[in-house]
Ligand binder design. Structure first.
Ligand code: HEM
Ligand SMILES: *[C@@H]1O[C@H](CO)[C@@H](O)[C@H](O)[C@H]1NC(C)=O
Ligand SMILES: *[C@@H]1O[C@H](CO)[C@@H](O)[C@H](O)[C@H]1NC(C)=O
Ligand SMILES: *[C@@H]1O[C@H](CO)[C@@H](O)[C@H](O)[C@H]1NC(C)=O
Ligand SMILES: *[C@@H]1O[C@H](CO)[C@@H](O)[C@H](O)[C@H]1NC(C)=O
Length: 326
C-alpha cells in the first residue's frame, strides 16, 4: 500500500515538474512504446537479469552507464558511440564504464522485433532501472521517448563528470550545471550502495595522504588496512566494493557506512565529514542512514530527474546500432 501511494505521489510530482519547466517541452512519458514495441520491457528485463545472474555487478555498471550518459549532452546515448573522439575515451569512462555489450545485445533483439523504434538512450535508462530493481532497490516507471544524439562530447565528459578527488562543492556545481541540486547529489551518491571501484580512485587516501597524516583520517582504521593490502601491489585496476557492508545489495548501508567512516571514495566520505559536506550534505546523509524508505523514495525521484536531462543541440534520431549514428 505504501509503495502504490508513493508511486501515485510521484506521478503528481512529475506532472508538477513538467508544468514548472517553462519553455522546455516535456516529451518523456510513461509507457511511450506500448503500441510500437510492447516487447520492450520483457526484452530489457531478460537481458539485464541474465547479465546479472552471470555477474551481479552488471546491475551497478548499467546504472552508472545511465548517469554518465545523462551528464554529457543529456540522456542521449552519446556515451555509446565508438570512435577515438568518443566519450568512452574520456578520463572518467576509460577502462571504467562497463555494460556496453549488454546494451548492444538488447538493441539487436529489439531491432528484430520492432526495428528503428526504441532509442539507445531509452534502453540505457530502462536497463539502469532493472539494475536497481534486481539488486533489491526500488521499482519505478521509467519515462521514455528519448532521442539518440548525433555527436559524442569527449571534453564534455572530461569536464562535466565529477571525479572522486573533487571537493563536495565542486561536485555540487557539476550537478547544478545539469539541473540537479545538492539533495540529488546525496541521493544519487547512494547508487554507490552497489558496484565496485578501482584502487586508482581511492589509493590517495591510503598512504602519503597529507603532511600531517599518512592515511586519510576520515577513513576507518581497519578498512584502511585491508584496502592498503588490496592496493599494495600497485595495480590501480584492483577493485573492491563501494559499499563494504553489502556490496551487491541496493540498500541504505552506504549512508550507514559514511557515519562509520567507511565510505570508499573521498567524494563519498566527504558528504558526511568534509567541511563543505558538513555545511551542505551531512544532515541528509544522517536522514538516509536511518530511513531506508525515505532513501528509496527520494532515489526514484532523483533518478527520474536525472533521466529528464534534455538532449542538447540537435534533434536526435533512433539509432539502428547504438555504437554509430545512422
Ligand atoms: C557524486 C559524484 C560521483 C562521483 C565522484 C562518482 C565516482 C565514481 C567512481 C570513481 C567510481 C569507480 C570507477 C572505477 O573504479 O573505475 C564509481 C562507480 C560507480 N558509480 Fe559513481 N560517482 C558519483 C555519482 C554517481 C551517481 C550519480 C551514480 C548513479 C546514479 C553513480 C553510480 C555508480 C555505480 C553504480 C558505480 C559502480 C559501477 C560498477 O561497479 O561498474 N555514481 N563512481
Ligand atoms: C560539450 O559539452 C559542453 C558542456 O560540458 C558544452 O558546453 C558543449 O557545447 C558540448 N559540445 C557539443 C559538441 O555538444
Ligand atoms: C532539490 O530539488 C527537489 C525537487 O526536485 C526539491 O524537493 C529539494 O528540496 C531541492 N533541494 C534543495 C536543497 O534545494
Ligand atoms: C609524499 O608526498 C610528498 C609531497 O606531495 C612528495 O614529495 C613525496 O615524494 C611523497 N612520498 C611518497 C613516498 O610518495
Ligand atoms: C588498467 O587496465 C588498463 C587496460 O587493461 C591498462 O591500460 C591500464 O594501464 C591499467 N591501469 C592501471 C592503473 O594499472
Amino acid at each position: 500500500m505504501e509503495l502504490s501511494y508513493s508511486r501515485l505521489l510521484l506521478v503528481f510530482s512529475v506532472l508538477a515538474l513538467c508544468l514548472g519547466n517553462q519553455g522546455v517541452r516535456c516529451e518523456l512519458t510513461d509507457h511511450f512504446y506500448d503500441n510500437t514495441c510492447p516487447q520492450l520491457y520483457a526484452i530489457v528485463q531478460q537481458h539485464v537479469f541474465a547479465a546479472m545472474r552471470a555477474e551481479m555487478r552488471m546491475g551497478a555498471s548499467l546504472l552508472r552507464l545511465h548517469f554518465h550518459d545523462c551528464f554529457v549532452n543529456g540522456c542521449d546515448g552519446s556515451i555509446l558511440l565508438d570512435g577515438s573522439d568518443g566519450e568512452k575515451f574520456a578520463q572518467p569512462n576509460l577502462n571504467s564504464v562497463r555494460g556496453y555489450e549488454v546494451i548492444d545485445a538488447i538493441k539487436v533483439d529489439l531491432e528484430s522485433v520492432c526495428p528503428e523504434v526504441v532509442s539507445c538512450a531509452d534502453i540505457v535508462a530502462l536497463a539502469a532501472s532493472y539494475g536497481v530493481l534486481f539488486s533489491g532497490g526500488p521499482y519505478y516507471d521509467v519515462l521514455l521517448g528519448r532521442k539518440d544524439g548525433l555527436v559524442a562530447n569527449q571534453s564534455g565528459a572530461d569536464n562535466g563528470l565529477p571525479a572522486p578527488f573533487e571537493p563536495i562543492d565542486s561536485i555540487i556545481q557539476k550537478f547544478n550545471a545539469v539541473g540537479l541540486n545538492k539533495t540529488d547529489v546525496v541521493v544519487l551518491s547512494g547508487a554507490h550502495t552497489i558496484g565496485r571501484a578501482r584502487c586508482a580512485l581511492f589509493s590517495n587516501r591510503l598512504s602519503n595522504f597529507s603532511v600531517t597524516s599518512s592515511v586519510d583520517p576520515t577513513l576507518e582504521a581497519s578498512l584502511a588496512v585491508s584496502l592498503q593490502s588490496l592496493c599494495s601491489g600497485g595495480d590501480g585496476n584492483q577493485t573492491t566494493a563501494l559499499d563494504v557492508s553489502s556490496a551487491d545489495v541496493f540498500d541504505n548501508n552506504y549512508y550507514q557506512n559514511l557515519l562509520a567512516n567507511k565510505g570508499l571514495l573521498s567524494s563519498d566520505q566527504g558528504l558526511y565529514d568534509s567541511p563543505e559536506g558538513i555545511a551542505n550534505t551531512k544532515d541528509l546523509v544522517e536522514t538516509y542512514s536511518s530511513d531506508g524508505e525515505q532513501f528509496f523514495c527520494d532515489f526514484v525521484w532523483s533518478m527520474i530527474k536525472m533521466g529528464n536531462i534534455p538532449l542538447k543541440g540537435s534533434e536526435g534520431e533512433i539509432r539502428k546500432n547504438c555504437r554509430v549514428v545512422n
